[in-house]
Write a protein that binds this ligand. Structure first.
Ligand SMILES: Cc1cc2nc3c(=O)[nH]c(=O)nc-3n(C[C@H](O)[C@H](O)[C@H](O)COP(=O)(O)O)c2cc1C
Length: 269
């Protein structure tokens, strides 16, 4: 639905399968009919059926299944399907100069005021970071985070790259990715999706004047079981990285971390 000239009737088999998946999902007794997965699936199917009919293709079976589920369970319509954007309008509001300043002024921060980032602030950060792209919009990441003093101290001891400033980080976020969402052929996709999300998270923090530093957690790092236990991260969630964050001190020392010139990493072909 998001491309200019879609093949007419394309996607019907996938839509049928999605109805089957929804029925299976709803057959679980503990399932939440208010969940994002259910509302989003139903909304997309509604738009898809309309789109198919508008293209002059019959979608009778899909309509029937949609009506059955919708009459029985209802759902909250989301903004689904596609919409037309006037790119001139979009870019009018993107001030290139301040955008460049925003991107170039982010630095990893390793020196913070020792105070918690409030839940309301973090909720805002997370709602911005959720705009990160992900494979098929699967949104496989969960952020396990803490602003609790005792918890942060315990996590700090288990992070491999913070030696010398373990006590300087007052809030931690662990980015974990649901591996179950990726099939055999996508075995490293969780890592890629987690990395892209991490970028959005630190930029969202920067936008709200919070400092951050990403820390890698090697795959067989001995601290992983402890981090999982403290943060309550289930086994099927792989840990992509940890992010230390908080309100930066008024004056902070940061690495200059000069970048390679474009000529050294750009290979035009
Ligand atoms: C995946 C990843 C892992 C990192 N691990 C650490 C780390 O263990 N300890 C640390 O102090 N900084 C870590 N950093 C921060 C980098 O040192 C930093 O991003 C880099 O030097 C560039 O500096 P800048 O972020 O200030 O632009 C990591 C960054 C990334 C993206």
């Amino acid at each position: 639905m998001g491309i200019e000239n879609p093949k007419l009737g394309f996607g019907q088999a996938k839509a049928k399968r999605l109805f089957e998946e929804i029925s299976l999902f709803l057959s679980h007794t503990d399932v939440q009919k208010t969940s994002y997965a259910y509302n989003e699936s139903m909304s997309v199917l509604k738009r898809y059926i309309q789109f198919t009919i508008d293209s002059g293709v019959s979608a009778l079976e899909l309509e029937k299944r949609y009506q059955e589920l919708s009459n029985r369970y209802g759902f909250d319509m989301q903004e689904a399907g596609s919409r037309v954007m006037e790119m001139a309008d979009v870019y009018r509001r993107v001030d290139s100069e301040s955008s460049l300043h925003f991107l170039c002024s982010r630095h990893s921060i390793r020196s913070y005021e020792i105070r918690p980032v409030e839940k309301e602030v973090m909720d805002r950060v997370l709602s911005i970071a959720a705009t990160s792209p992900s494979a098929c919009n699967r949104q496989p990441c969960k952020v396990f985070w803490t602003n609790d003093d005792a918890c942060t101290k315990r996590i700090s001891k288990l992070i491999p790259g913070n030696k010398g400033f373990e006590d300087a980080i007052p809030n931690w976020a662990i980015i974990a990715v649901d591996r179950v969402m990726f099939g055999e052929q996508e075995c490293l996709q969780w890592y890629l999706n987690g990395g892209i999300y991490a970028s959005y998270l630190v930029l969202a923090m920067h936008a709200l004047h919070l400092g951050s530093c990403i820390f890698q957690i090697p795959i067989s790092w001995e601290g992983i079981p402890g981090i999982r236990e403290i943060a309550g991260i289930p086994d099927h969630y792989a840990i992509a990285c940890a992010v230390g964050f908080g309100y930066p001190k008024d004056r902070v020392k940061c690495l200059c971390a000069a970048r390679k010139p474009v000529s050294e990493y750009s290979i035009q072909f």
